[in-house]
Design a protein around this ligand. Structure first.
Ligand code: ADP
Ligand code: MG
Length: 221
């Protein structure tokens, strides 16, 4: 479903080009979950941005559902994100002027894929029952991130991209939120590409790959 073929990406810096991805190959099947590990600065977020079509590679090919992302213009890539992807980041990126209920429904609405019974199920499973009318600032960090996860999964996207989604939470709530996210991803039938530092988090996923010096490989330890 998501394929990287010999993907290269460098950034221009005052010190010269910084080669971040140096021939990345990856293949994620429908419904599969993949943990992406690697040191800080190894290029994990860069890889996710490319997968989401938020940036384009310098060389190589990325295909999503058989379509080469580079052949789409920016509106086309935005449409693909809206229709088929869910995105969760370390920062929650909720809309401050919308209450929890409207934040949760936003993505599904934009995608034209509202599903009231699935949304109700998400609200309940995410522990947001009774909090629907609260604004993001009236929610705890953990509640905000659960809301952000619910918003991303509300359209039942083909693929959820999650970049250290619990990096801003304390250890206990991080564990709970991640467990819940993995369960809901399965219920949703979405594939998952999850950036994480934690081998324990990676363990229950179908596969784990590590990004080292621009290459993806099976972790050795
Ligand atoms: P990770 O998510 O694994 O920590 P990133 O993909 O964010 O790594 O970054 C990889 C490397 O590229 C880092 O050295 C980072 O400083 C650099 N980098 C990221 N984005 C840019 C950018 N827009 N311009 C220049 N350098 C960048
Ligand atoms: Mg990162």
């Amino acid at each position: 479903m998501l394929k990287f073929h010999q993907v290269h990406k460098a950034y221009t810096t005052p010190q010269g080009p910084l080669r971040v991805l140096d021939g990345v190959d990856m293949d994620l099947e429908k419904g599969q979950s993949l943990a992406l590990m690697g040191e800080s600065g190894s290029g994990k977020s860069t890889l996710l941005h490319l997968a989401a079509g938020l940036d384009l590679p310098d060389a190589g090919k990325i295909t999503f559902q058989g379509i080469s992302i580079a052949t789409l213009d920016e509106p086309g890539r935005a449409r693909l994100r809206r229709q088929s992807l869910g995105l969760v980041f370390q920062q929650f990126h909720l809309v401050p002027s919308l209450n929890a209920s409207d934040n949760l429904r936003l993505q599904a609405r934009l995608a034209g894929r509202e599903n009231p019974s699935w949304t109700r199920h998400l609200v309940e499973r995410l522990g947001l029952t009774g909090l629907e009318r609260r604004y993001p600032e009236q929610l705890s960090g953990g509640q905000q991130q659960r809301l952000a996860i619910g918003r991303a999964l509300a359209p039942r996207p083909a693929l959820l991209l999650a970049d250290e989604p619990t990096g801003n939470l304390d250890e206990t709530s991080a564990k709970d939120v991640l467990t819940l996210m993995l369960e809901l991803v399965q219920e949703s039938g979405s594939a998952l590409l999850l950036v994480t530092h934690s081998p324990q988090v990676a363990a229950p996923l179908d596969r784990c790959l590590k990004l080292t010096r621009g290459h993806l490989a099976e972790p050795t330890a």
